[in-house]
Design a protein around this ligand. Structure first.
Ligand code: TRP
Length: 341
């Protein structure tokens, strides 16, 4: 069988999946995973979650919810390798090895770390490193290990993660230079901005802005969220601009091209915000209903979900084991029987 390109993405398990994730990441990734010329690795980055919070219940339930969500939305766990990071201890082991050859100066330049420092500086904190953990600082190394342990070729990520993939390339090249060509140099595949949806306040939908619309709300809750979407104060009958309207942009993400065109026309014709929101609400409710039904079935049976992830881990370990063995050998962690005479 010919070698398939390996496409790998991780999802940090510290939040509830929202419709921005659904339209921008989950559905496109599930679609892409059907490409028969690639092998897809998709994992729950549960150790990454500890960087963002110390709430064990959040890490645990978020892992579970996100796993159920991806399966409910149509991920075929027989075809892709779907696993939890924590089930693959080789990742942690490799992270240490990579850390030992990564310049601290490289990590000093990481955006996430730098912005934490500048936030402290902006608040006039005496210690600009206040509250910054080694987890946050080392984050790009753990991410490199996630990618390199499977010799992934392509890493689809948002623009904010591009730098981490570039660091992974640097780190992999340094390893190969020091110890021999073990790692594939991966490439980032950057998702277009159209994947980024606005939240109910008009800014990018993100848990940190508290403006998300969770995927699995019940009907009434969903309706309430949609009714809260911020709009301008144009009256019914006044033409409205669709381009920068949150209502319109959310609609477009789930509607056909034809329906989108019609919706746009009704904006020009002065549809009222109340009516536009009703239309958006019905579309979201209809689009999400089938996933919601699957999700409700899946969460009834946590042990089956556990089994699915463990079988994914088994497949992943078959690939990571030979690579970590090569790494150990290359760096000099090997049997005393191998000591050269
Ligand atoms: N850091 C990524 C994010 O927050 C998630 C992630 C962890 C990841 N490890 C990865 C993405 C490896 C791609 C490859 O979005």
């Amino acid at each position: 069988m010919s070698y398939k390109r390996r496409v790998l993405t991780g999802i940090t398990t510290s939040g509830i999946p929202h419709i921005g994730n659904l339209a921008g990441a989950i559905l496109p990734a599930i679609e892409a995973s059907k490409d028969p010329t690639t092998k897809t690795f998709l994992f729950l980055a549960d150790y990454h979650s500890l960087i963002k919070n110390n709430d064990s219940d959040l890490t645990h339930t978020s892992s579970f919810d996100i796993a159920a969500c991806w399966l409910a939305c149509g991920l075929d766990h027989e075809k892709v390798i779907f696993y939890r990071q924590s089930d693959i201890p080789h990742i942690m082991e490799l992270a240490w090895v990579l850390g030992c050859l990564t310049a601290k100066g490289l990590l000093n330049r990481a955006h996430a770390y730098k912005s934490a420092v500048s936030e402290n500086e902006a608040k006039n904190k005496k210690d600009s490193e206040k509250g910054i953990t080694m987890g946050l600082f080392n984050y790009p190394i753990l991410m490199s290990a996630d990618i390199l342990i499977f010799n992934a070729n392509i890493v689809p990520v948002g623009q904010d993660q591009k730098q981490h993939v570039e660091m992974t390339r640097d780190i992999a090249s340094r390893f190969n230079h020091l110890y021999g060509e073990i790692f594939t140099i991966p490439e980032a595949s950057i998702e277009k901005d159209k994947g980024i949806l606005p939240g109910i306040d008009g800014r990018k939908m993100s848990k940190s802005y508290e403006n998300i619309i969770p995927i699995f709300l019940n009907k009434d809750e969903l309706r309430k969220k949609v009714m809260k979407i911020k709009t301008d104060s144009k009256e019914p009958g006044e033409p409205k601009n669709s381009e920068n309207s949150t209502v319109f942009n959310l609609y477009r993400a789930f509607a056909s091209a034809k329906d989108t065109e019609e919706f746009k026309k009704s904006f020009e014709e002065g549809i009222s915000w109340g009516e536009a929101k009703e239309i958006l609400f019905s579309l979201l409710e209809d689009s999400i209903r089938p996933y919601k039904e699957n999700y409700q079935e899946l969460i009834k049976d946590p042990l089956s979900l556990e089994k699915i992830l463990l079988s994914g881990a088994e497949k992943a370990l078959d690939i990571s084991l030979p690579i970590i063995k090569q790494v150990r050998k290359a760096v000099g962690i090997r049997s005393f029987g191998d000591i050269p005479k």
